[in-house]
Design a protein around this ligand. Structure first.
Ligand code: GTP
Ligand code: MG
Ligand code: NA
Length: 346
């Protein structure tokens, strides 16, 4: 494939936030799926990944004012869903450590909560840029839903009481960010996106604000991360989950952040007994675009997968692989020993 025209890779975006703020629902709205409804107790317990091609983003951002001036240069977004429940801090850490940018989801009715602050600290520690989805605006008093409109126009069309409540709750959230040592502002009032985090009012139920959220992610990625998003052949791939799938045996879900993987590649990974395994990729499986990797569906087999993508790998001997660690590829037999030493280091 010719990558010389635009060799930017998809940006990896991690969705973080307190339990039940609406992370999975936001992705469901974007994908037109209902993954959240299928979760036990409505609680996410695994990391997920969804490839969102730029065509879908263009379609969903049409309602954003001024979008026609935006040139879409990235090929899409790879969005990582994480659990917000207190017990899954390892998964939040895993998700946040491999992303380029994050969406921190805050329930406008609740403000900053315990795992919001935990997530915020993960992002600060890695200096990961992020935007805030100020979600559940449809729950504001007397909210009237207007579909297919820029969220700025939707807010200014609300009655005075609704606008008042929106302003009061937004100010409260901005104050809570200040208490965490961070400047925050509504995205359309942001005086400096480099030092103020942008708040985007959203509803995962009505879809209001979702176009604005996507537009902001794309423009921020293109303006702040263009260098980081240059496609590179240097492999950067992380194991998200190790899981048994009927018919496939033990598989690994992985995030390919950079480089490429091919069927037949010799991969090396660390194992739970302190050693490593060397195995050949039997198949590279990807969900359809706009489908969740963690939900069993009709995977498509690929001979080669180019970053950034979420991909399932089927191979022998994956049972003891440790999630959260890197995958290395040995391109020649003498690289195998070097890779084995490398993976047991961390
Ligand atoms: P965990 O992954 O378990 O941390 O939760 P989550 O952040 O993914 O939240 P989830 O998508 O499971 O949504 C939690 C609940 O909030 C569900 O009942 C959703 O229907 C509801 N919800 C999510 N977004 C909105 C919203 O924008 N408006 C309203 N009214 N309800 C919402
Ligand atoms: Mg969830
Ligand atoms: Na939930």
């Amino acid at each position: 494939k010719n990558r010389s025209v635009s060799n930017l890779r998809a940006a990896v975006i991690c969705v973080l936030g307190h339990v039940d703020t609406g992370k999975t629902k936001i992705l469901d709205k974007l994908r037109r799926t209902s993954v959240q409804a299928g979760e036990a107790g409505g609680i996410t317990q695994q990391i997920g990944a969804t490839n969102v091609p730029i065509e879908n983003i263009k379609e969903q951002t049409k309602i954003v004012r001024g979008i026609s001036q935006t040139e879409f240069r990235i090929p899409g977004l790879l969005i990582i869903d994480t659990p917000g429940h207190a017990s899954f801090s390892n998964l939040r850490s895993r998700g946040s450590s491999l992303c380029d940018m994050a969406i921190l989801v805050v329930d406008i009715m609740h403000g900053l909560e315990e795992q919001t602050i935990e997530s915020l600290n993960l992002l600060k520690a890695k200096k990961t840029p992020f935007v805030v989805a100020l979600n559940k605006i449809d729950r504001l008093y007397d909210w009237s839903t207007m579909s297919r409109k820029d969220v700025r126009d939707i807010i200014s069309s609300q009655g005075p009481n609704t606008q008042n409540e929106f302003q009061t709750r937004t100010k409260q959230v901005i104050l809570q960010f200040a208490e965490q040592g961070m400047n925050a502002a509504l995205f359309y009032e942001n005086p400096d996106p480099k030092t103020y985090v942008s708040l985007v009012p959203t509803s995962a139920i009505t879809g209001e604000g979702m176009g604005n959220l996507l537009a902001l992610l794309v423009t921020n990625c293109q303006s702040m991360l263009a260098k980081r998003l240059m496609f590179s052949e240097e492999l950067q791939a992380t194991v998200l989950e190790v899981k048994a799938i009927t018919g496939l045996g033990t598989t690994i879900d992985c995030i390919l952040v950079n480089g490429r993987l091919r069927e037949g590649d010799t991969v090396v990974m660390a194992t739970s007994d302190g050693g490593s395994i060397v195995t050949q990729i039997r198949s590279l499986l990807m969900p359809q675009p706009m489908k969740e990797l963690r939900v069993k569906n009709d995977y498509i087999e690929h001979k080669e997968v180019v970053a950034a993508q979420g991909v399932k790998i089927a191979a022998k001997d994956l049972e003891k692989v440790i999630a959260g660690l890197n995958i290395l590829v040995a391109r020649s037999p003498d690289e195998v020993e070097i890779c084995k030493e490398e993976v047991v280091k961390d």
